[in-house]
Design a protein around this ligand. Structure first.
Ligand code: SF4
Ligand code: SF4
Length: 131
């Protein structure tokens, strides 16, 4: 998040957009290196030969053959309607369970810098910039 912006950790972005996102290969590198099967089990990968498989089987040798990365899937390989790493504490505050290694799509979620008005009505940090 950009310094000076008023993100209040409401969690709306994780709840509304934290699923059905596309990943990038760089996201996978630390997860493979640190054997983060807890994350990779929720990743679906399409390879250049057309095969689709769970992220649990991916290795560094596969990285050049990946054509698409999907977040997030359940244990049966079905797309989830909610990010499995999202939670709320009793006081309602939103938490990311993989904050230190979350994917780029989450790290770079700064809708106040974008022209896309889709987010302005839902993200409190954007509202003061709304037209
Ligand atoms: S919707 Fe906006 S204010 Fe809420 S957590 Fe996401 S970026 Fe922060
Ligand atoms: S990985 Fe973390 S930041 Fe990304 S949608 Fe899930 S809870 Fe939100």
């Amino acid at each position: 998040m950009t310094a000076g912006q008023g993100c209040i950790q409401c969690g709306v972005c994780c709840e509304r957009w934290g699923w059905n996102q596309k990943g990038v290969v760089d996201d996978l590198i630390p997860w493979i290196a640190h054997n983060r099967k807890d994350i990779l089990q929720h990743v679906r990968i399409r390879y250049s030969d057309g095969r689709k498989a769970s992220g649990t089987g991916v290795s560094g040798a596969d990285l050049d053959h990946i054509t698409r990365i999907y977040y997030w899937q359940d244990h049966k390989g079905k797309a989830m309607r909610k990010c499995p790493f999202f939670s709320r504490s009793d006081d309602g505050k939103a938490w990311c369970g993989i904050h230190a290694v979350k994917p780029r799509v989450c790290r770079e979620f700064t809708p106040w810098n974008w022209k896309n008005l889709e987010y302005y009505g839902s993200c409190p940090a954007c509202r003061e910039k709304a037209p």
